[in-house]
Design a binder for this molecule. Structure first.
Ligand code: COA
Ligand code: AMP
Length: 635
């Protein structure tokens, strides 16, 4: 089929308000928006001002009211607990109504914040939707973060309630959430009034009297009492959630998502971008702790009336690298989304994709990849293995939905390997040099999006509007700075090459090297340090720390390296995958004292590098290269 992309993108460009006004018709509003876009706030305006709606109503109630109650909303597939559970829209709504009543009983009202710190279990999605139902703001914290990261988030959003579980299951170990939660609350300055704990059979958590409430008991008590809560009308621009993501310091950025624009954008993207129709099975193999989980495990598929797979497992080892293909076959998945790193993990263990042939995946139509750069080799391998289009697409926590991609729903455009294809309607992607001037096609520069951003993108950072403007809007007036570097080719295809800040991408997880440096520097024996991301075949990048030890320290450097590694694990969490630290005599710097991180990275990645003209002492780079060499890294 010929792609309708140009026609649809052109329609948006000619009449953006008309385009989004039409898209907004797919959402149920208690009160229709007065306007499409609020120009009073200038180009950083709000979408759909005056509209009153509710995200939970649009995800659940309206489907049940229109006869979709028996359809499966979530298929919970958990190879790590050997269980599969199917939850209908009707049953999900019953749970959400009852949990919303529990929230109310615990004193949570519209606008209050609820932290959700849970593994990939259906109760986590119920916790999100119940918050949306009463207009409370949820903030999900990924399970791989340490207690300290949880504290930072509890304090920043001043959470009234934390919903958690007794444990998560990682291959080979049970992660006890409750001790982490208890430690986090102990160190937090702001104390949540209650913690609602879902006890799993594998590990029962000890409860703190008064503060802790048993999730299952409270839910069934609410059901027995017939307590249920209707949907609170919220303004289009009221926050639905805050999702913290790595910034350039140890203080994560609280990305705010509104209700109205978010729903309009996600609902549009399901059929038009991902090419899935209501009733079909969609699977995003991510975690609800990441934006992919918010947008494409929970909200997007439910808004569109899809069945969404909630997977508690890994691409390999649970139990084997055929798990993805089993799930596609067993649950009739039409379209799937994962990170390239997951495919690299599968390919490493099953290079010929022999396990695919064990399963009937004839109903499978497309695999979408995002979260990190999709290397052409991995895409080609997956295309051969699966016989379906493998579609790279690019976006960020901040945008909430894809900025660029090959739109399956509008008809695929020719593939250019290494490029996530073309900007989607709503996004005018441009490339600027550091002085803010447009560059020619093919020239690398700062990837920016002309304001206003489309519906669904962040309106601000939680309680940090100044930081929001400084981080995203000030450097290139009139544009949103993505902090990615890349180029556009002559056909308007986007190529994303690197970050322009200190963010690295480890196994599809976004991490800040600056935050890791703060932790390394807090070790009493460390005088100064640098953390960089080095290329890794499986994870894309992994962090490596270079430590300069105080001159009066005479201990074994290997001991200090081990301590720093465990410090990062304890403060940031296992997800940081910080396993390489090396003591060096000095760090290479410019004459003005700036650490030459990019040059160290090039040496480590065996890329050609030039001696920077501004370097203070060239001999230091030779020393660094020797240390890397001794560790088997770089030249
Ligand atoms: N809770 C607790 N710990 C977690 C966790 C969670 N939800 N997720 C990861 N961790 C831990 C892991 O157990 C591991 O701990 P370890 O150091 O004790 O082994 C550590 O964090 C690093 O995890 P990870 O980076 O996931 O590496 P891995 O070697 O365990 O697995 C992959 C590698 C590629 C299989 C895995 O990273 C993966 O499935 N990636 C897909 C990523 C993805 O879906 N990203 C979402 C964006 S689309
Ligand atoms: P996150 O906010 O965790 O979704 O991470 C967003 C960042 O991941 C982007 O700014 C990019 O640097 C990177 N990223 C995500 N998807 C892609 C992609 N398809 N190609 C290249 N980089 C990507």
């Amino acid at each position: 089929m010929a792609s309708r992309y140009s026609e649809v993108y052109g329609a948006w460009k000619t009449d953006p308000e008309g385009f989004w006004s039409e898209a907004a018709e797919a959402i149920d509003w208690f009160e229709k928006p007065e306007r499409v876009f609020d120009t009073e706030r200038g180009i950083y305006g709000h979408w759909f001002p005056g509209g009153l709606t509710n995200s939970c109503y649009n995800c659940l109630d309206r489907h049940v009211e229109s006869g979709r109650g028996e359809q499966i909303a979530f298929i919970y597939d958990s190879p790590v607990t050997s269980s599969i559970e199917r939850i209908s829209y009707g049953a999900l709504l019953d749970d959400v109504k009852a949990l919303a009543a529990v929230y109310r009983k615990l004193g949570v009202d519209k606008g209050d914040r609820i932290i959700i710190y849970m593994p990939m279990i259906p109760q986590a999605a119920v916790a999100m939707l119940a918050a949306a139902r009463i207009g409370a703001v949820h903030s999900v914290v990924f399970g791989g973060f340490a207690a300290n990261e949880l504290t930072v988030r509890i304090d920043d959003c001043r959470a009234k309630l934390v919903v958690s579980a007794s444990c998560g299951i990682e291959p080979g170990r049970t992660v006890a959430y409750k001790p982490l939660l208890d430690a986090a609350v102990t160190i937090a300055e702001h104390k949540p009034a209650h913690c609602l704990i879902y006890q799993r059979d594998m590990l029962k958590a000890e409860m703190t009297p008064v503060r802790d409430v048993d999730y299952a008991a409270a839910l069934s008590a609410a059901k027995d009492a017939g307590d249920e809560v209707g949907c609170t009308p919220v303004a289009s621009n009221d926050p639905l959630y805050v999702l913290y993501t790595s910034g350039t310091t140890g203080q994560p950025k609280g990305v705010v998502r509104d209700n109205g624009g978010h729903m309009v954008a996600l609902k549009w993207s399901m059929p038009n971008f991902f090419g899935v129709q209501p009733g079909e099975v969609f699977w995003a193999a991510s975690d609800i702790g990441w934006v992919v989980g918010h947008s494409f495990i929970v909200y997007g598929p439910l808004l569109n009336g899809n069945t969404s797979v909630l997977f508690e497992g890994k691409p390999v080892g649970t139990p084997d690298p055929g798990t993805y293909w089993r799930i596609i076959a067993e649950h009739g998945v039409a379209v799937m989304f994962t990170a390239p790193t997951a495919l690299r993990a599968i390919r490493k263990e099953d290079p010929d994709a022999a396990l695919v042939s064990k399963y009937d995946i004839s109903g499978f139509r497309a695999l979408f990849l995002a979260g990190e750069r999709a290397d052409p080799d991995t895409i080609r391998w997956a295309e051969r293995a699966l016989g379906v289009p493998v579609i790279d697409h690019w976006w960020q926590t901040e945008t909430g939905w894809p900025v660029a991609g090959n739109p399956l729903g509008l008809g695929l455009l020719p593939v250019k390997y290494g490029s996530p294809a073309v900007p989607l309607p709503g996004y005018d992607v441009q490339i600027l040099d550091d002085a803010g001037h447009p560059v020619e096609a093919g020239t690398l520069g700062n990837v920016v999006v002309k304001l206003p951003l489309p519906p669904g993108c962040l309106p601000t950072l939680w309680n940090a509007d100044h930081r929001f403007r400084a981080a995203y809007l000030d450097e290139f007036p009139g544009y949103y700075k993505t902090a990615d570097a890349g180029y556009l080719d002559d056909d308007g295809y986007v190529f994303i090459m690197a970050r322009t800040d200190d963010i690295i991408n480890v196994a599809g997880h976004r991490l800040s090297t600056g935050a890791m440096e703060e932790v390394c520097a807090s070790h009493p024996d460390v005088a100064e340090c640098a953390v960089i991301g080095i290329a890794d075949e499986l994870k894309g990048q992994i962090p490596a720390g270079f430590l300069v030890i105080n001159s009066n320290v005479s201990r074994e450097t290997s001991e200090i390296e081990r301590e720093v590694i465990s410090l990062v694990r304890d403060r940031i969490g296992p997800v940081a995958a910080f396993r390489t630290a090396m003591c060096v005599k000095r760090l290479p710097k410019t004459r003005s004292g700036k650490i030459l991180r990019a040059t160290i990275q090039k040496i480590a990645d065996r890329q050609p590098w030039k001696m920077p003209a501004t370097i203070d002492d060239p001999a230091i780079l030779d020393e660094i290269a020797a240390v890397l060499h001794a560790k088997g890294i770089g030249i």
